[in-house]
Design a protein around this ligand. Structure first.
Ligand code: AHR
Length: 498
């Protein structure tokens, strides 16, 4: 029996709701079809946003949404996406499938979507191919409340009041699709562009996010910080990190979302666990410049990336989502919680119909993926206090190189005054009997929810309820102890009243 130790008296940090953030790019069917169908669509919508999708997203309390990209961000010219729709410029989305982008979803539509979701806004600006003036004017357009050319234009376009921009990304992947820059060069550009991102409302300062590293490119983190850091406080509130989980490292044969074997299961989970090392090592570099941890690590693209679903546009990055994705989500969200002293935001890529989506759509139909259920179970951690916990683990796996710990966990004290335990069992074959000990704590009651199944289980438009979470009551409580057995291949949430 594995022991899970929880010490609710030892608080380890605040879990920003933003750790459960999302990302939506003008890519494939994420924005168009997936979220935005337009006011005249036969699909029920409010101001063009699909009602079914918005309702499903509200159930998981999306805390923040990043937009418009991704690689798309550094080719996006925001003025093309405001004003009367019939007059908006059309362009080719060169990165993603070569389709026509008609700019019918722009700044006003994004802000409307965030209003409907009740979430914070994270805009990613264009540093790669846009000017300082363009970026500066976008912020003025969105947030200035006085008389100015951009504020006047916003009013002309039908929005009197300024919006709140909570986060602003100064370029995306500028080491790659965002301009193929060296870190020193990006660092200098960052200093320049961010200078003109004004805080027009001092009560709502914009958090500026610098472009961070690709996976384990520690050189990038070091050099960007070295180039920018002497610039004083407030110039940078966060630095991004992108890390995708691919079953195989070969980008032309990443592996299938549905057709995989047990070896691939453990390989994928091993790859996703690398996130722990990335947070630790990038965090150690950040500590050298910023020991007080004022700059948040913003993991604004993470998730699985498989070969696209056969028969779909390769540029659309559409993939199915199984119990393997649920485990990837559970493992990463636990890791983000455990590192909440440095990690201040994380955005799964992407929200609908692209990569590790929480929702898939097909015409009128919509389904919630196994990943959606994990976000649903973990939402109790949002805005909670991480408490000390640890679990005894053993290695599982089929290949020496790809052994993984059988269990991961994180525990928080929620805003509801309850303890929230989330655990993952990575083993495909072995259930895990657990004895959970809550130090100096009398337990009044426990409620559980579990998501479990076979590794390939997934939801389809024909059978959308194949995988869904269920009540879990297989535990016994005595004093400060809870005994239970975690099924193989599962994600669990326990709500513990103390
Ligand atoms: O999420 C898909 C793409 O992955 C994004 O556009 C880019 O930032 C990353 O390489």
């Amino acid at each position: 029996m594995a022991k899970l130790y929880v010490n609710p008296k030892v608080k380890k940090g605040h879990i920003n709701p933003e750790l459960q953030g999302h990302f939506s790019e003008h890519l494939g069917r994420c924005i168009y079809e997936g979220i935005y169908v337009g006011e005249n669509s036969p699909i029920p919508n409010v101001n063009g946003m699909r009602t079914d999708v918005v309702e499903a997203l509200k159930e998981i309390h999306v805390p923040v949404l990043r937009w418009p990209g991704g690689c798309f961000a550094d080719e996006y010219h925001w003025k093309d996406g405001v004003g009367p729709k019939e007059k908006r410029k059309k362009m080719i989305n060169t990165h993603w499938g070569g389709v026509v982008e008609d700019n019918s979803f722009g700044t006003h539509e994004f802000m409307e979507l965030c209003r409907q979701l009740g979430c914070k806004t994270y805009i990613n600006g264009n540093l790669g191919s846009g000017t300082v003036q363009e970026m500066s004017e976008w912020v003025e357009y969105m947030t200035f409340n006085g008389v100015s050319p951009m504020a006047d234009l916003r009013k002309e376009n039908g929005h009197e009041e300024p919006w709140t921009v909570d986060y602003f990304g100064v370029g995306n992947e500028n080491w790659g699709c965002g301009g193929n820059m060296r870190p020193e060069y990006y660092g200098d550009l960052y200093r320049r562009y961010q200078t003109y991102l004004r805080n027009y409302d001092e009560k709502k300062p914009i958090n500026k996010i610098a472009c961070g590293a690709n996976g384990d490119d520690y050189h990038w983190t070091d050099k960007v910080l070295e180039t920018t850091f002497d610039h004083g406080n407030g110039f940078m509130n966060g630095m991004s990190l992108h890390y995708y989980t691919l079953p195989n490292d070969d980008w032309s044969h990443k592996g299938s979302a549905l057709d995989f074997d047990e070896k691939s299961w453990y390989r994928t989970l091993k790859k996703t666990l690398k996130m722990e090392e990335l947070i630790r090592r990038h965090g150690a570099i950040m500590d050298q410049y910023d020991p007080e941890k004022k700059i948040g690590m913003v993991i604004d693209e993470w998730g699985t990336w498989y070969d696209v679903e056969p028969g779909t546009n390769p540029g659309f990055l559409y993939q199915q989502n199984t119990m393997r994705d649920a485990l990837v989500a559970g493992i990463n969200l636990n890791l983000f919680n455990k590192n909440c002293d440095r990690v201040k935001m994380a955005n799964i890529a992407q929200m609908v119909n692209v990569l590790q989506a929480v929702i898939l759509t097909e015409g009128q139909k919509m389904l919630k993926t196994p990943t959606w259920y994990v976000f649903h179970m973990y939402q109790h951690h949002q805005d909670a206090e991480l408490v000390e916990s640890s679990v005894e683990t053993k290695c599982v796996g089929l290949e020496e190189e790809y052994q993984v710990p059988n269990l991961t966990e994180s525990v928080s004290l929620g805003r509801d005054g309850k303890l929230h335990v989330t655990m993952t069992n990575l083993s495909l074959t072995e259930e895990a009997p657990i004895q959970a000990v809550f130090a100096q704590t009398d337990i009044k009651s426990v409620k559980g929810t579990v998501l479990t199944g076979k590794m390939h289980d997934h939801n389809t438009f024909e059978a959308p309820g194949q995988v869904c979470s269920a009540a879990f009551d297989g535990f016994t409580v005595s004093g400060s102890q809870v005994d239970f057995t975690l099924p193989a291949c599962s994600v669990l949430h326990l709500e513990v009243e103390v």
